[in-house]
Design a protein around this ligand. Structure first.
Ligand code: ZN
Length: 180
């Protein structure tokens, strides 16, 4: 399922999705709360064979999937006392400040892309974020899931299991923990 496409209807805000999917048994459910966030950023794909080697930017759309396991027919196990995986607003509260400070309206570059790093470093006020990997949508989504989320969610009791990052209207990458 493509996050954000299904409508939960009712009073939910745009960009907020909850879903229930059946597990192997009728009583075993995975419950996800998905928060949509947006940011604009520049990047280039280091050593790309074609036009993505140019410095350019995207309006990124990010979907954060927080998940709980529910174990009985009441659907309450794994959820809080109000029946939530996590409050949608809390995901925004936890992630948006980091995105605004580090990525939004900045440039994201591979740390080994010395030419682009040197060029943008000539602008002292330029927001510049260096990744350990090439800043493809795949690697950016992986960074959010594996590096950023554990730090931002520490002590919150919330676990992200999947990150989907739309780079254009037609292209997205998704990263999730393999299910055992
Ligand atoms: Zn691009």
């Amino acid at each position: 399922m493509s996050a954000g496409r299904g409508s939960a209807g009712g009073a939910m805000e745009m960009g907020e999705v909850s879903s229930l999917s059946s597990g192997k048994q009728d009583s075993a459910l995975t419950v996800s709360a998905v928060r949509r966030l947006q940011f604009c950023a520049g990047h280039r794909v280091y050593k790309h064979e074609s036009k993505c080697a140019n410095l350019h930017g995207h309006n990124y759309v990010l979907f954060l999937h927080a998940t709980a396991e529910a174990d009985d027919a009441s659907h309450q196990d794994g959820l809080d006392s109000l029946g939530r995986v996590v409050d949608f607003g809390k995901l925004k509260q936890l992630f948006n400040p980091w995105l605004e400070d580090n990525w939004d309206h900045g440039f994201i570059l591979f740390k080994e892309d010395e030419e682009a790093v040197a060029a943008l470093s000539r602008f002292p006020e330029q927001k510049l974020f260096l990744l350990d990997t090439n800043p493809t949508a795949e690697n950016m989504a992986r960074f959010i899931l594996k590096d950023l989320a554990p730090r931002l969610l520490e002590g919150s009791g919330v676990k992200l299991t999947k990150v989907v990052l739309w780079e254009t209207e037609n292209c997205f990458a998704e990263v999730e923990y393999a299910r055992s």
